[in-house]
Design a protein around this ligand. Sequence first.
Ligand SMILES: N[C@@H]1[C@@H](O)[C@H](O)[C@@H](COP(=O)(O)O)O[C@@H]1O
Length: 286
Amino acid sequence: MRLTIRDTKEQVGQYIGDYIAKRINSFKPKAGRPHFVLGLPTGSSPLPVYERLVELYKAGEVSFKDVITFNMDEYVGIPRDHPESYHTFMFKNFFSLVDIDPKNTHILNGNAEDLYKECEDYEVAIKEAGGIDLFLGGIGADGHIAFNEPGSSLSSKTRIKTLAYETILANCRFFSNDLSAVPRMALTVGVQTVMDAREVVLVVTGQGKALALSQMIEGGVNHMITASALQTHPWALVVCDEDATNELRVKTVKYFKSIEKVQDEVEAKYGPVGAVRLGLGRASAA
Ligand SMILES: N[C@@H]1[C@@H](O)[C@H](O)[C@@H](COP(=O)(O)O)O[C@@H]1O
C-alpha cells in the first residue's frame, strides 16, 4: 500500500482526479473488456475528486464515453430521487456534468423488491463488465469502507447491511440533523468486492479521519477496521491531506514521504512503476 500526502483536501482531489484521468486515458480496450470500469464512492471526501474530473472533462483532457461505473453503496428505503440518496448525489455531482452514458452507470437499488437478488445481480454485472479496473473509495470515521461496518467479513460480497450507530450519527448532518430520518440499512459492495478491483484508491481527508487512517495503516489487518484489508491488496493507494495524518507516527509520515520522493526519481527514469502489472505498457529505461 502506498500513502501519498498532500497539504489540503483540494490538492488531494486534484491529485486523485488527475490520477484517474491518466488511468482512463491510458486504458487499452481488450476483447471482452472494451470499457474502463470505475468503482465510485459518495460522501464529502470525494467531492474535490469529482470537481477535478469535471474540470478535466470540460478542458477536453478526459472523456467518460467509454467508462462504466459501479457505485459502492446506496441506502435502503429512501426514494431514488430523495435529495440524500446516493443516486441523487452521483447525478448532481458527477454524472450530469460529464459525457458518461447513463446506461453505463450502476448504482444499487435500495428499493428493489428483492434486495438479495439485487445484490447478487450486482456482482454478476461487475463480472460481466470485466471486473473493476479502479475502485475509488472513502473511509468512515470508524474505519469502514463502503458500508462495511466494523465486524464485516473481509471476504464479504455485495449485500444488505445494518448501519452502525456511529455511521447513522455521522450521516445525521445530511438529514437536517433528524436522527429518525437517517436510513438504518444500506446495500453495499463487500470488502472482497473492493479487493477484487485491479487497483484501489482511497481518499482520506480531515482530522475526523485521522484515527481511522492510523488504524488502517499502522494497525494490523482487522475486521473492526475494514479498510485495513487494503494492506493485502496488490495495488492500493491512499491519498490523504495533512490533517488526516494527525494520528500517524511522525516516522510513518516521513517514511511514506521519502518513498514518494524515491518513486518520483525512479518514474522519471524508467516510466510509471507498476505500469506493466496494470496493463499500461512496459516501463523502459530512459
Ligand atoms: N458509505 C459511505 C462511505 O462510502 C464513505 O466513505 C463514508 C465517509 O463519508 P465522508 O467522506 O462524507 O466522511 O460515508 C458513508 O459511510
